[in-house]
Design a protein around this ligand. Structure first.
Ligand SMILES: [Fe+2]
Length: 254
Protein backbone atom coordinates (compact mmCIF):
# COMPACT_ATOMS: atom_id res chain seq x y z
CA UNK A 1 0.00 0.00 0.00
CA UNK A 2 1.28 3.44 -0.96
CA UNK A 3 0.04 6.63 0.70
CA UNK A 4 0.33 9.85 -1.28
CA UNK A 5 -0.02 13.12 0.62
CA UNK A 6 -1.56 16.15 -1.08
CA UNK A 7 -1.24 19.42 0.84
CA UNK A 8 -4.33 21.55 0.07
CA UNK A 9 -5.47 25.04 1.02
CA UNK A 10 -3.44 26.52 3.82
CA UNK A 11 -2.83 23.46 5.96
CA UNK A 12 -5.19 20.63 4.91
CA UNK A 13 -4.04 17.17 3.87
CA UNK A 14 -5.77 14.96 1.34
CA UNK A 15 -4.59 11.34 1.22
CA UNK A 16 -4.64 8.89 -1.64
CA UNK A 17 -3.93 5.24 -0.90
CA UNK A 18 -3.01 3.05 -3.82
CA UNK A 19 -2.69 -0.69 -4.33
CA UNK A 20 -0.32 -2.40 -6.76
CA UNK A 21 -2.97 -2.87 -9.42
CA UNK A 22 -3.62 0.82 -10.03
CA UNK A 23 -6.69 1.25 -7.85
CA UNK A 24 -6.94 3.97 -5.23
CA UNK A 25 -8.99 5.38 -2.36
CA UNK A 26 -9.16 9.04 -1.44
CA UNK A 27 -9.53 10.39 2.06
CA UNK A 28 -11.05 13.82 2.79
CA UNK A 29 -10.69 15.53 -0.60
CA UNK A 30 -11.09 19.17 0.32
CA UNK A 31 -10.61 20.03 -3.34
CA UNK A 32 -10.88 18.13 -6.61
CA UNK A 33 -8.40 19.53 -9.16
CA UNK A 34 -5.14 18.41 -7.57
CA UNK A 35 -6.16 14.81 -7.08
CA UNK A 36 -8.04 14.45 -10.34
CA UNK A 37 -4.94 15.56 -12.25
CA UNK A 38 -2.81 13.01 -10.44
CA UNK A 39 -5.32 10.20 -10.90
CA UNK A 40 -5.46 10.92 -14.62
CA UNK A 41 -1.68 11.19 -14.98
CA UNK A 42 -1.14 7.89 -13.23
CA UNK A 43 -4.11 6.17 -14.92
CA UNK A 44 -5.51 5.15 -11.52
CA UNK A 45 -9.01 3.83 -10.94
CA UNK A 46 -10.63 5.61 -8.01
CA UNK A 47 -12.68 3.11 -6.03
CA UNK A 48 -13.93 5.18 -3.10
CA UNK A 49 -13.79 8.41 -1.13
CA UNK A 50 -13.69 8.04 2.65
CA UNK A 51 -14.91 11.04 4.64
CA UNK A 52 -13.82 11.48 8.26
CA UNK A 53 -16.41 14.20 9.01
CA UNK A 54 -18.66 16.56 7.15
CA UNK A 55 -16.76 19.88 7.46
CA UNK A 56 -16.34 21.64 4.11
CA UNK A 57 -12.54 21.69 4.32
CA UNK A 58 -12.64 17.87 4.18
CA UNK A 59 -15.42 17.39 1.66
CA UNK A 60 -15.22 20.32 -0.77
CA UNK A 61 -14.03 18.17 -3.69
CA UNK A 62 -16.35 15.21 -3.17
CA UNK A 63 -19.17 16.22 -5.52
CA UNK A 64 -16.91 16.96 -8.50
CA UNK A 65 -14.80 13.84 -8.00
CA UNK A 66 -17.84 11.60 -7.60
CA UNK A 67 -19.48 13.06 -10.72
CA UNK A 68 -16.35 12.53 -12.81
CA UNK A 69 -15.30 9.11 -11.53
CA UNK A 70 -18.49 7.49 -10.23
CA UNK A 71 -16.64 6.30 -7.13
CA UNK A 72 -18.30 5.18 -3.91
CA UNK A 73 -18.63 7.82 -1.14
CA UNK A 74 -18.31 6.57 2.44
CA UNK A 75 -19.11 8.46 5.65
CA UNK A 76 -20.73 8.10 9.06
CA UNK A 77 -24.47 7.73 9.36
CA UNK A 78 -24.80 11.18 10.88
CA UNK A 79 -22.67 12.87 8.18
CA UNK A 80 -24.73 15.29 6.15
CA UNK A 81 -23.08 16.15 2.85
CA UNK A 82 -25.88 14.42 0.93
CA UNK A 83 -23.62 12.43 -1.41
CA UNK A 84 -23.01 9.31 0.61
CA UNK A 85 -23.52 5.89 -0.94
CA UNK A 86 -22.43 4.00 2.13
CA UNK A 87 -23.00 4.95 5.76
CA UNK A 88 -20.64 3.23 8.14
CA UNK A 89 -20.74 2.33 11.82
CA UNK A 90 -18.21 1.72 14.55
CA UNK A 91 -16.30 -1.54 14.16
CA UNK A 92 -17.44 -2.17 10.60
CA UNK A 93 -14.75 -3.59 8.30
CA UNK A 94 -14.77 -2.14 4.80
CA UNK A 95 -13.47 -4.54 2.21
CA UNK A 96 -12.22 -2.03 -0.33
CA UNK A 97 -8.65 -2.29 -1.66
CA UNK A 98 -7.52 -3.28 1.81
CA UNK A 99 -9.47 -4.29 4.90
CA UNK A 100 -10.27 -1.02 6.69
CA UNK A 101 -11.87 -0.83 10.13
CA UNK A 102 -14.17 2.08 10.89
CA UNK A 103 -13.63 3.62 14.32
CA UNK A 104 -16.36 5.95 15.49
CA UNK A 105 -14.58 8.85 17.25
CA UNK A 106 -17.09 11.59 18.15
CA UNK A 107 -15.69 14.72 19.78
CA UNK A 108 -14.55 17.24 17.18
CA UNK A 109 -17.96 16.55 15.59
CA UNK A 110 -20.65 13.99 16.29
CA UNK A 111 -20.08 12.34 12.90
CA UNK A 112 -16.29 11.96 13.26
CA UNK A 113 -14.91 8.59 12.20
CA UNK A 114 -11.34 7.39 11.74
CA UNK A 115 -10.33 4.81 9.16
CA UNK A 116 -7.85 2.15 10.24
CA UNK A 117 -6.21 0.22 7.42
CA UNK A 118 -5.42 -3.04 9.19
CA UNK A 119 -1.80 -4.19 9.47
CA UNK A 120 -0.58 -6.78 7.00
CA UNK A 121 2.57 -8.95 7.15
CA UNK A 122 5.55 -6.59 7.28
CA UNK A 123 3.41 -3.45 7.17
CA UNK A 124 1.97 -1.60 10.18
CA UNK A 125 -1.62 -0.38 10.19
CA UNK A 126 -2.39 3.14 8.99
CA UNK A 127 -4.86 5.39 10.74
CA UNK A 128 -6.57 8.33 9.04
CA UNK A 129 -7.84 10.62 11.75
CA UNK A 130 -9.33 13.74 10.11
CA UNK A 131 -9.70 16.40 12.80
CA UNK A 132 -9.93 13.96 15.73
CA UNK A 133 -6.25 13.29 16.47
CA UNK A 134 -3.62 15.69 15.13
CA UNK A 135 0.12 15.17 15.33
CA UNK A 136 0.81 16.07 18.98
CA UNK A 137 -2.65 17.65 19.37
CA UNK A 138 -6.34 17.13 18.73
CA UNK A 139 -9.28 18.88 17.09
CA UNK A 140 -11.52 21.45 18.72
CA UNK A 141 -14.60 20.40 20.63
CA UNK A 142 -17.58 21.46 18.58
CA UNK A 143 -20.65 20.86 20.69
CA UNK A 144 -19.64 17.45 22.06
CA UNK A 145 -18.89 16.72 25.72
CA UNK A 146 -15.21 16.55 26.72
CA UNK A 147 -15.72 13.05 28.08
CA UNK A 148 -16.87 11.80 24.70
CA UNK A 149 -13.82 13.24 22.90
CA UNK A 150 -11.44 11.87 25.53
CA UNK A 151 -12.96 8.38 25.13
CA UNK A 152 -12.47 8.59 21.36
CA UNK A 153 -8.81 9.48 21.84
CA UNK A 154 -8.40 6.64 24.33
CA UNK A 155 -9.73 4.27 21.69
CA UNK A 156 -7.06 5.44 19.21
CA UNK A 157 -4.39 5.28 21.89
CA UNK A 158 -5.11 1.56 22.35
CA UNK A 159 -4.02 0.73 18.77
CA UNK A 160 -0.55 -0.83 18.29
CA UNK A 161 2.25 1.74 18.85
CA UNK A 162 3.67 1.24 15.34
CA UNK A 163 0.36 2.31 13.72
CA UNK A 164 1.03 5.21 11.35
CA UNK A 165 -1.09 8.31 11.94
CA UNK A 166 -2.22 10.53 9.07
CA UNK A 167 -4.21 13.56 10.23
CA UNK A 168 -6.27 16.24 8.49
CA UNK A 169 -4.14 19.35 9.06
CA UNK A 170 -0.53 20.45 9.46
CA UNK A 171 -0.67 21.90 12.98
CA UNK A 172 2.32 20.05 14.40
CA UNK A 173 4.61 23.00 15.15
CA UNK A 174 1.90 24.90 17.02
CA UNK A 175 0.95 21.72 18.90
CA UNK A 176 4.58 21.19 19.97
CA UNK A 177 4.80 24.78 21.19
CA UNK A 178 1.63 24.31 23.22
CA UNK A 179 2.93 21.04 24.71
CA UNK A 180 6.10 22.87 25.76
CA UNK A 181 4.09 25.44 27.73
CA UNK A 182 3.09 22.51 29.96
CA UNK A 183 6.51 20.90 30.14
CA UNK A 184 9.14 23.56 29.35
CA UNK A 185 11.90 21.29 30.64
CA UNK A 186 10.97 18.27 28.55
CA UNK A 187 14.13 17.91 26.44
CA UNK A 188 12.64 15.27 24.14
CA UNK A 189 9.81 17.65 23.33
CA UNK A 190 12.26 20.48 22.64
CA UNK A 191 14.22 18.25 20.26
CA UNK A 192 10.99 17.22 18.63
CA UNK A 193 10.01 20.88 18.09
CA UNK A 194 13.37 21.54 16.41
CA UNK A 195 12.90 18.53 14.14
CA UNK A 196 9.36 19.67 13.23
CA UNK A 197 10.63 23.21 12.53
CA UNK A 198 13.31 21.83 10.18
CA UNK A 199 10.71 19.77 8.31
CA UNK A 200 8.24 22.66 8.09
CA UNK A 201 10.91 25.10 6.86
CA UNK A 202 11.72 22.72 4.03
CA UNK A 203 8.02 22.50 3.17
CA UNK A 204 7.88 18.85 4.23
CA UNK A 205 4.77 17.37 5.87
CA UNK A 206 5.20 16.15 9.43
CA UNK A 207 2.80 13.26 8.76
CA UNK A 208 2.81 10.41 9.35
CA UNK A 209 3.36 10.13 13.07
CA UNK A 210 2.69 6.91 14.96
CA UNK A 211 0.52 5.99 17.92
CA UNK A 212 3.73 5.35 19.89
CA UNK A 213 5.05 8.87 19.15
CA UNK A 214 1.69 10.37 20.02
CA UNK A 215 1.66 8.60 23.38
CA UNK A 216 5.10 10.14 23.99
CA UNK A 217 4.46 13.72 22.84
CA UNK A 218 0.74 14.42 22.58
CA UNK A 219 -0.59 15.90 25.86
CA UNK A 220 -4.15 14.93 24.92
CA UNK A 221 -3.09 11.25 25.00
CA UNK A 222 -1.10 11.76 28.21
CA UNK A 223 -3.89 12.69 30.59
CA UNK A 224 -2.47 10.26 33.20
CA UNK A 225 0.98 11.90 33.12
CA UNK A 226 2.10 13.22 36.51
CA UNK A 227 3.97 16.17 35.02
CA UNK A 228 1.01 17.23 32.86
CA UNK A 229 -1.29 17.07 35.89
CA UNK A 230 1.22 19.08 37.90
CA UNK A 231 1.33 21.72 35.15
CA UNK A 232 -2.45 21.97 35.25
CA UNK A 233 -2.59 21.87 39.07
CA UNK A 234 -4.85 18.83 38.87
CA UNK A 235 -4.69 16.05 41.47
CA UNK A 236 -3.75 12.42 40.67
CA UNK A 237 -7.32 11.30 41.40
CA UNK A 238 -8.92 13.61 38.81
CA UNK A 239 -10.50 11.57 36.01
CA UNK A 240 -8.63 11.59 32.68
CA UNK A 241 -11.44 13.33 30.85
CA UNK A 242 -11.24 16.32 33.22
CA UNK A 243 -7.53 16.66 32.48
CA UNK A 244 -8.40 16.49 28.78
CA UNK A 245 -11.07 19.19 29.22
CA UNK A 246 -8.60 21.53 30.92
CA UNK A 247 -5.96 20.88 28.24
CA UNK A 248 -8.50 21.64 25.52
CA UNK A 249 -9.57 24.88 27.27
CA UNK A 250 -5.95 26.02 27.48
CA UNK A 251 -5.20 25.07 23.89
CA UNK A 252 -8.26 27.06 22.73
CA UNK A 253 -6.73 30.15 24.35
CA UNK A 254 -3.16 29.41 23.18
FE1 LIG B 1 -13.17 19.74 11.07
Amino acid sequence: MKVRIFPAYEDNYIYLIEDEKGSAILIDPSEARLVLEYIKQQSLTLTAILITHSHADHTGGVETIKTLTGCLVVSAQSGSIGLQDLHVQDGQILDLLFPIRVLSTPGHTLDSVCYYVLPSPGQPGSLFTGDCLFIHGCGRLMGQPSQVFWQSLQKLSALPPETLVYCGHEYTEENCRFALTLEPNNLHLRQRLEEVRRQTKQGLPTVPSSIGLEKTFNPFLRTESESIRRALAMPPEAPGWQVFAELRRRKDRF
